[in-house]
Design a protein. Structure first.
Length: 281
């Protein structure tokens, strides 16, 4: 299948069909211009609540609101036509009950037009995953290092580096798959555990800092483009846009100060004499 010519959206069953086959390619995306650039090349665009830090300068994801997610979700949907778009449910909008989760997830789906939502948590979210899925809202799970749990965990900690932790995390993955999640993000997880989970469940695992053993990979786009001055160890930088942007802005500032920008090519000349009548513009 040629990615370049497909203009309908990739579907949830198509993502599920990647299980044990070609890895699922996923990147975060928060705005229309980048959505347009990513659309032909990724299978899934995740409007992640990491936008709180990346776009809004927050310290963590806990201050992200449903309105912020909807605003960025709409922008990504407007900028894309092919990739499946998943929007994160932010902290405080889904944990209370399946009913609350449904009401808020339905808003996300209706107002953005995206296909699916993602929520953090394993076994404790199973009932909610089933409730949403049975009512027409596909759910991507997210286990391992779950950034919305930062205050309980006391920080961001990679999981599964000692085998005693494994049974509970494996149970989380299996329970989410049985509950109807169509894929699950494994974040910050030791490779042997990610491999075990990937072998054990029937839905694609999407890794971020969880090794190539997963059925797909996701990164925060700004991290892989080199915009994060302190990227995590699991990030590979495919460009150095941070330094490139800084160099461009420095050159622009020098040009403005020296009056070499705007140049003649950037200036609107007068129309030829006689082509504009009195009062014309
Ligand atoms: O918010 C986010 O960007 C995410 C990914 C890191 C998986 O949840």
């Amino acid at each position: 299948m040629s990615h370049q010519h497909q203009t309908r959206r990739i579907t949830v069953p198509e993502i599920k069909a990647h299980k044990g086959a070609t890895p699922v390619v996923c990147l975060t995306c928060y705005h229309a211009h980048t959505a347009r650039l990513l659309d032909a090349h990724v299978d899934v665009m995740l409007v992640g609540d990491s936008l709180g830090m990346v776009m809004h300068g927050l310290e963590n994801t806990l201050g992200v609101t449903l309105e912020m997610m909807i605003t960025h979700g709409k922008a990504v949907m407007r900028g894309s036509q092919r990739a499946l778009v998943v929007v994160d449910m932010p902290f405080g909008t889904y944990e209370e009950s399946p009913e609350v989760a449904f009401r808020n997830a339905a808003r996300v789906i209706q107002e953005t037009g995206c296909t699916a939502v993602k929520l953090e948590g394993g076994s404790r979210m199973a009932q909610t995953v089933t409730y949403l899925t049975q009512r027409g809202i596909p759910v991507m799970g997210h286990i391992g290092l779950t950034p919305q749990g930062i205050n309980v965990a006391g920080g961001f900690r990679t999981v599964g580096r000692s085998a005693e932790e494994w049974p509970a995390i494996e149970a989380d993955a299996k329970t989410l798959a049985d509950a109807g999640a169509f894929a699950v993000v494994l974040e910050g997880m030791a490779e042997p555990l990610a491999a075990r989970i990937t072998a054990a469940i029937s839905i694609p695992t999407i890794g971020i800092g969880a090794s190539p053993a997963c059925d797909g990979q996701v990164l925060v786009m700004e991290d892989m483009l080199g915009l994060n001055p302190h990227p995590p160890k699991f990030v590979r930088e495919y460009a150095s846009l941070g330094p490139a942007i800084e160099a461009a802005v420095k050159a622009y500032a020098a040009d403005v100060r020296s009056r070499s920008f705007p140049g003649v090519e950037n200036v609107y000349p007068m129309k030829k004499a006689g082509s504009v009548g009195p009062g014309g513009v």
